[in-house]
Ligand binder design. Structure first.
Ligand SMILES: Cc1cc2nc3c(=O)[nH]c(=O)nc-3n(C[C@H](O)[C@H](O)[C@H](O)COP(=O)(O)OP(=O)(O)OC[C@H]3O[C@@H](n4cnc5c(N)ncnc54)[C@H](O)[C@@H]3O)c2cc1C
Length: 416
């Protein structure tokens, strides 16, 4: 059964935005609502053959490229649209209405984060070999940092080691939750390369590019997530896995800093996407309340349900404006760490609440896969752990605020 009902994606120009960004929002909305959403059953594999799905996906990607909307997060010189974080926040809240848009617009984790790291840290040869095909959509990639035996929330504890042997790195260790591992042509692996007594605590790691057909790269399983046994989150054993020295990204010991940069941007993208998904969940929920009769009246006439609508409106607008503010801080060159941690905690929780209410309003249909709500629900819950769990970000917010007070200043909520 296809998605039962959805309100059209209604987007009007925002007076304070540049014309270019408004146009991108309108063009994105047209592609998402007129083309992608009506074909979600095919894209999800619920309807038609696998070949049809792949062909449709490819055609949509070509259409996005010809509309000059491909890879909006990348600079133009690397084949992207060259948007700043603020423009992206306004674009992604539209784009993310469909869970398939990320891949269709060339802005999907972990590829999007790897592109940005390759742009910043890659040599010209690395860019030619890995970045260009990644941007063109001809290659897939993964980011291999988290380990089963060490706390992912403290990346300094990572034990996978790369040792120099002649003109090669020899990598040994075990990683898991390397997303996209099954499809990846290469992964960027976070490795311990420096001695305990050299440099500072954050200078011990180096990121190394490992092609997935390298002997010693062993994808031992896909970690089942929420019951999906054939998912894409790989557990990988690196056993005497040898790659050339020139596969290191950036200087030795810069891996931690590069990972934090990547994760910082990734957290903001995830929040932008969550806002788009909340907006769609809200639309589905409100529409349903206007159609479904229960106990002698439409759902919309029940005050419990009106409360769901009002609370969801507030959750979405608060999450959205916090994300927009964070993007403004980044674009204006400020230190965004507190804002990033704040949205990383608040937005997935608000997303979770909004989808939970939308599911409740849909009754049994809400937990089925006939609407996108059940997928959103699992995604929202997962986001409270992925990219750093809530607790770690709360600690960081408090630390940053307290530091300012200890430095004799008060917190300025209007700062950039
Ligand atoms: C779907 C999914 C996809 C992922 N994709 C990738 C990927 O592509 N590449 C990759 O490298 N990793 C990936 N991850 C891993 C993710 O980044 C880690 O799971 C995350 O950083 C948490 O690490 P951990 O699971 O080891 O939890 P742990 O570090 O063991 O933490 C467990 C819990 O301890 C608590 N905790 C931690 N620190 C504190 C503290 N200071 N104070 C109080 N409580 C605390 C929190 O509640 C936390 O949830 C993915 C995870 C998921 C779920």
């Amino acid at each position: 059964m296809s998605i039962p009902s959805f309100a059209p994606l209604t987007v009007s120009p925002i007076p304070s935005l540049p014309d270019e960004v408004n146009q991108i929002r309108l063009d994105t909305a047209a592609i998402v609502s007129d083309h992608i959403i009506p074909k979600e059953d095919v894209l999800a594999g619920r309807e038609g053959s696998n070949e049809e799905r792949q062909q449709l996906y490819y055609e949509f990607q070509q259409y996005v490229k010809s509309s000059n909307l491909w890879a909006p997060h990348l600079p133009r010189e690397y084949g992207g649209v060259g948007m700043g974080f603020l423009g992206l926040a306004y674009m992604n809240e539209i784009l993310a209405w469909s869970p398939f848009s990320g891949g269709i617009f060339g802005i999907q984790a972990p590829n999007s984060g790897n592109m940005q790291i390759l742009i910043k840290y890659g040599t010209e040869e690395q860019k030619k070999k890995w970045l260009e095909p990644l941007v063109a959509g001809e290659m897939q990639s993964g980011f291999s940092m988290t380990e089963p035996d060490n706390a992912g929330s403290d990346p300094r504890s990572i034990q996978t080691r790369a040792v120099r042997d002649g003109d090669e790195w020899v990598i040994n260790g075990r990683k898991w939750f390397t997303s996209n591992a099954r499809r990846a042509d290469f992964v960027i692996v976070m490795c311990r390369t420096e001695d305990e007594d050299s440099g500072g605590a954050n200078d011990k790691m180096t990121q190394i590019i490992v092609p997935t057909d390298t002997p010693g790269f062993n994808l031992v399983r896909s970690v089942p997530v929420w019951g999906h046994t054939r998912g894409s989150h790989g557990e990988i054993v690196y056993k005497d896995c040898r790659v050339p020295l020139e596969n290191a990204l950036g200087q030795r010991g810069t891996g931690h800093a590069a990972a934090q940069e990547r994760l910082g941007a990734g957290r903001v993208y995830h929040c932008m996407n969550s806002v788009g998904q909340m907006w769609r969940a809200f639309d589905l929920m409100v529409k349903r309340t206007t159609e479904r009769q229960v106990h002698g009246g439409l759902l919309e006439s029940k005050q419990f349900i009106q409360g769901f609508i009002a609370d969801s409106y507030m959750d979405i607008q608060a999450a959205r404006l916090m994300t927009i503010h964070c993007a403004e801080v980044i674009d204006s060159g400020g230190d965004p760490r507190t804002e990033i941690s704040a949205i990383k905690v608040f937005v997935p929780q608000a997303f979770h609440r909004v989808v939970d209410r939308a599911i409740q309003v849909h009754g049994a249909m809400g937990v089925s896969s006939d609407t996108p709500l059940s997928g959103m629900y699992l995604g929202a819950r997962t986001l409270r752990i992925a990219d750093g769990p809530d607790e770690v970000h709360r600690v960081l917010i408090a630390k940053n605020v307290l530091k300012r007070y200890h430095d004799g200043m008060a917190w300025d909520f209007g700062r950039y």
